[in-house]
Ligand binder design. Structure first.
Ligand SMILES: C[S@@+](CC[C@H](N)C(=O)[O-])C[C@H]1O[C@@H](n2cnc3c(N)ncnc32)[C@H](O)[C@@H]1O
Length: 290
């Protein structure tokens, strides 16, 4: 039923946040996309600044690839595009979502949301063709969209089908409302699309133990992520320790052992459970804790 109601513009509302910014709200999921500090400030804190994207792109040779998981109203991508406008390395953005309704809705409300300015025709073309090739300052930008169920995409395609990412903007709804996007299998499959020779980091807004255990078992290194103004701590995962400034350590491991909500979601059904003995064994074997 959720599938039917989230795919029309009527399923979304604009909400005004306490700081005066506007954000998109999904009636079907009963969640606001960027609920406290607003879309641009959250994208800057969580992705642009934490990943040092302007610096990383400035020092990068070849194409820089960003996967945008949960395109939604495109606030994350447009904030990244604006913040890295001065760089010259070619950029490829690969967005994933199973509906374009929030983007169509947001474009209708571009004046309140503010962050579309200058990118309206890019978004119109992305909506129409699912691909935009553009020149943005001194760089070439390719933005492509994969419309469909993201877990199913990962399950049913070989990793070679897409260029491996250097950064992943992971922005699904919360695990309680959108469990299919937070299963251990999803992160295990996602990890297979990374290339060990391409350092890649994935920040996300949740700091839950269940998420962190899922990422570790998938093969990622995991650390505490920057505060965003909304959350005092978030999570960053990467395929190399070099991209993690505050790796989770033995103290966190002990907290995870005592937590009542640490066992990954093995099925796309939300529940909370302590670690099973088998998961605890696997967790301790992770190279991060050796
Ligand atoms: C919080 S919103 C993303 C906000 C967006 N990143 C932005 O900057 O505006 C979460 C998005 O995840 C998408 N999503 C949820 N479940 C999905 C699935 N199974 N496959 C693909 N996309 C999904 C939703 O349609 C929604 O647009």
């Amino acid at each position: 039923m959720l599938c039917q109601v989230h795919s029309t513009r009527e399923a979304y509302r604009i909400v005004k946040l306490a700081n005066g910014m506007h954000s998109v709200h999904s009636l079907a999921h009963r969640e606001t996309f960027h609920p406290v500090i607003g879309p641009v400030a959250e994208a800057e804190a969580l992705y642009v600044n934490q990943l040092r994207l302007p610096e990383r792109m400035a020092g990068h040779t070849g194409e820089f690839v960003i996967w945008d998981v949960g395109l939604g109203a495109a606030a994350n991508v447009l904030t990244v595009l604006r913040a890295t406008h001065g760089t010259s390395c070619p950029l490829r953005i690969i967005s994933f979502d199973h509906t374009l309704a929030p983007l169509e809705f947001a474009l209708d409300h571009a004046a309140e949301l503010g962050y579309f300015t200058g990118y309206e025709s890019t978004i119109t073309q992305l909506l129409k063709d699912h691909r935009v090739n553009s020149t943005d300052g001194n760089r070439e930008v390719v933005w492509e969209l994969h419309l469909g169920d993201f877990p199913e995409f990962l399950r049913s395609h070989a990793p070679t089908i897409l260029p491996p990412p250097h950064a992943i903007l992971f922005d699904a709804f919360s695990p309680a409302r959108n469990p299919a996007m937070w299963t251990q299998l999803l992160f295990a499959n996602l990890f297979k699309f990374l290339d060990a020779s391409h350092p890649c980091a994935l920040p996300t807004y949740s700091r839950s133990t269940m998420l962190r255990v899922s990422l570790l078992l998938a093969g990622f290194y995991v650390g505490a992520g920057h505060a965003t103004g909304e959350k005092e701590e978030t999570t960053i995962a990467a395929n190399t320790m070099d991209l993690i400034s505050e790796p989770l350590g033995k103290k966190w491991l002990q907290r995870a052992r005592n937590s009542t909500s640490a066992e990954p979601l093995w099925e796309p059904i939300y529940r909370q459970a302590p670690l099973t003995p088998e998961t605890w064994d696997r967790l301790q074997q992770h190279p991060q804790f050796k």
